[in-house]
Design a protein around this ligand. Structure first.
Ligand code: OAD
Length: 266
């Protein structure tokens, strides 16, 4: 190992042909989006079971839509931070990196679009998509939500049913394809980088455990304590927008595992 945790993290990532990155709300905290848990977390003021469950939506769709409308407006004013950009740049140079996010804010996607890198695997959906509670049709939905009365809430163009945010709520299944792709990447990873997640919500949190069980060293970037601290090989205590560029900016183009396995031409 090197002389500093930053150097250690850098060395692990330099060696790795395949890397799993798992991000949570802390990734977007420096962009101005509140996290869920902890003293400044969103759930401090709102009880999740009152807002982020299918039962809550069935009981009081207006309240739930007001909360999501408020979050959407907040997020729309925020920009990807230096951490999002550094990850997107690294991914554009290294096709062995798989980015998996629990975030619904779309900031990784916005950075990826700017840089021209691959989109993240989204485990918890998108706050800017909607799904019909009647016919299940899903679509993008960027416009402001008028949550003044139940009659003004967004309705499905196909069947007139009430639309809901296309995010995963407590008690709901994660999208099967996203979870299975993420799980494959976790098992194949040579290193795992976890950024800004408390590690409290499963099955997302379990992906880092899968990677570690398969032998990947674990690097955790977080200014606070997380459920992963005891199993981390390297802990970088700091903010995602500062620490992430420090560790990934200098990582160069690496051959993908498939290309590396091809014998050189003679
Ligand atoms: P949490 O709120 O549980 O955890 C946020 C983490 O970010 C904590 O460990 C903080 O210490 C850390 N953090 C705060 N500021 C940071 C910064 N500047 N840089 C880096 N890290 C920072 O959020 P998640 O772990 O993402 O689910 O929560 C997981 C899921 O719970 C969310 O996806 C959401 C919620 O219910 C759904 O929406 C389904």
């Amino acid at each position: 190992m090197g002389h500093s945790p930053t150097q250690d993290a850098h060395d692990i990532l330099t060696e790795a042909a395949r890397v799993l990155i798992l991000t949570g709300a802390g990734m977007s905290a420096p962009s101005g989006i509140p996290t869920f848990r902890g003293p400044d977390g969103m759930w401090h003021n709102f009880r999740p079971e009152e807002l982020a469950t299918p039962e809550a939506f069935a009981r009081d769709p207006l309240l739930v839509w007001r909360w999501y409308g408020w979050r959407r407006e907040l997020i729309a004013q925020c920009q990807p931070n230096a951490g999002h950009v550094a990850l997107a740049r690294w991914m554009s140079r290294h096709d062995g990196v798989t980015l998996v996010t629990q975030n619904v804010d779309g900031l990784h996607e916005r950075a990826a679009k700017e840089i021209g890198s691959a989109d993240p695997i989204r485990l918890h959906g998108s706050i800017f998509r909607v799904r019909c509670t009647e016919c299940g049709t899903e679509s993008g939905h960027q416009e402001a939500v008028d949550a003044s009365t139940e009659d003004t809430l967004p309705r499905c163009e196909a069947c007139g049913g009430l639309l809901r945010p296309a995010v995963v709520w407590f008690g709901e299944q994660l999208p099967f394809d996203a979870l299975s792709q993420a799980s494959d990447a976790a098992r194949e990873a040579d290193a795992c980088l976890v950024i800004g997640t408390s590690g409290a919500v499963y099955p997302a949190a379990g992906l880092a455990h899968e990677a570690v069980s398969s032998g990947a060293p674990l690097i955790v970037v977080d200014p606070g304590e997380t459920a992963y601290d005891g199993m981390a090989d390297v802990r970088l205590v700091g903010s995602a927008d500062e620490v992430v560029p420090e560790i990934v900016d200098e990582l160069g183009a690496r051959p993908s595992a498939a290309k590396a396995a091809t014998p050189p031409c003679r």
